[in-house]
Design a protein around this ligand. Structure first.
Ligand SMILES: Cc1cc2nc3c(=O)[nH]c(=O)nc-3n(C[C@H](O)[C@H](O)[C@H](O)COP(=O)(O)O)c2cc1C
Length: 188
């Protein structure tokens, strides 16, 4: 902390300064039951009890249309091995492609909602949208987590086993990373 380096001032719109962030797959369903998946990294926990999350969702996406229609979605935690899949789910729109088929996704059934998770994801959260906040070109969706499913080989009592779960994070564009080091703060 004592070592001082000069700061440089960068463009105030350079949001990548808040990356890397986990890159999830959001699965949603339209009113006819067709499934769609999009990449999302602007997802955050808001309240722990009850567990509420927020999702910043571009109003132009098919996912936005689906969630407004059905009120439900799943958040799927993805790994290094899913980077290409996540990138493609984030570069095409379900408005003009059947991404579910194109990306050869398979459903993993949910317990509380109709929308499934993605088979092979590290885990998924079943969510019900409760509030929609209008923010410029985005809707901030506040959603209640109704159920959580995790892969038993990757999740332990206190969370992900980071040696096994190579949780995918988005840096920018085609660049992703995974957690690389575990830091444990000593007891004082
Ligand atoms: C790694 C990554 C993260 C993304 N995160 C978000 C996000 O948090 N919110 C958002 O609205 N779009 C995000 N996008 C863009 C959407 O995934 C993209 O617009 C997608 O085509 C929307 O798909 P849809 O129209 O089928 O719903 C992200 C894209 C990538 C590649």
């Amino acid at each position: 902390m004592g070592y001082s380096q000069p700061y440089i001032t960068i463009d105030p719109g350079e949001y990548h300064v808040l990356h890397p962030r986990p890159a999830y797959l959001i699965v949603s369903m339209d009113k006819n039951g067709s499934l769609n998946a999009m990449a999302a990294s602007w997802v955050m926990p808001v309240s722990d009890d009850p567990f509420i999350i927020a999702l910043a969702l571009d109003k132009e996406t098919k996912t936005h249309q689906n969630i407004v229609e059905t009120g439900e979605f799943t958040v799927n935690v993805m790994g290094e091995e899913h980077a290409t899949l996540v990138y493609r789910a984030g570069s095409l729109s379900g408005k003009n492609t059947d991404k579910w088929r194109l990306l050869k996704l398979e459903p993993e059934p949910s317990k509380q909602i109709r929308t499934p998770g993605v088979k092979g994801s590290y885990g998924f959260l079943e969510c019900r949208a409760e509030r929609f906040l209008d923010v410029e070109s985005v809707t901030l969706v506040l959603a209640r987590v109704l159920a959580i499913h995790v892969r038993g080989d990757l999740y332990e009592r206190y969370g992900w086993n980071l040696e096994k779960a190579r949780i995918l994070m988005h840096v920018r564009g085609r660049v992703f990373t995974v957690p690389g080091k575990i830091v444990v703060v000593p007891k004082s």
